[in-house]
Design a protein around this ligand. Sequence first.
Ligand code: GUN
Length: 291
Amino acid sequence: MQLIDGKSTAQKIKQQIAQQVDEMIAKGARRPHLAAILVGHDGGSETYVANKVKACKECGFKSTLIRFEDNISEDTLLQSIHSLNNDSEVDGFIVQLPLPKHINEQHIIEAIDYRKDVDGFHPINVGRMMIGLPCFKSATPAGILTLLETYNIPTRGANCVVLGRSNIVGKPVAVMLMQKAIPGNCTVTVCHSATPNIKEICRNADIIIAALGSPKFLTADMVKEGATIIDVGTTRVPANTPKGFKLSGDVDFENVAHKCAYISPVPGGVGPMTIVSLMQNTLLAATHAIY
Ligand code: GUN
């Protein structure tokens, strides 16, 4: 069994980005600039955004964090998005999800200029990704493909099972894995809450992407000997730690790991790769490599 080390893979990519930025600056370019909007004080979102700001520093990017309380109106949030769309000093920006219930998430995503949508959530980017056109690719799926590529995990003709059908992970990763590309060319099955025979489907998989948000859902009896397992779950579960919780993946790691050819841990697997994909998208935005 080989552990897929997302932390060290991400570290190497951030160093390469920092070097590219140094070269850009030496040639007189402006520093790439990522802005992030954070609404409210959700613990998970606070951590994600703090990690994104930290990664910007490591890559030599400028970052701006815009905070609002969770009683902000949809109109005020839309105004902030419009000013970022029109700010020529901002290359890309994100609105951290989830948003409070009174705000329509889709309105917010669609208000972002797709040319600055470094999360790859805007329908134009999602649609272009679907048909294989240049676009900002959603960060977590892109990070998963980078891991498969880095570890030379064969994907062509592989049976790949995606657990979960979220707009952020399940759907886009399924599309990316089935594309005629490298990595790609998988035969993809997407399982969700209405799938009756998940266990049998998983047992036939060469690669499983677990993105349900259900701690330890994937157990050893669901995994074929020699499979590759990518764990996207990051559920906070109560634990005897200084913070009172720990992150739990969707995979029963202790019992599944010994059956696998490759497995990604939580934490230290997909999480750092999501952030590094966002940095890659920001560099693409700053250099106008896509739009
Ligand atoms: N919430 C969970 N993951 C993400 C992400 O990749 N981007 C944003 N904006 N919000 C998230």
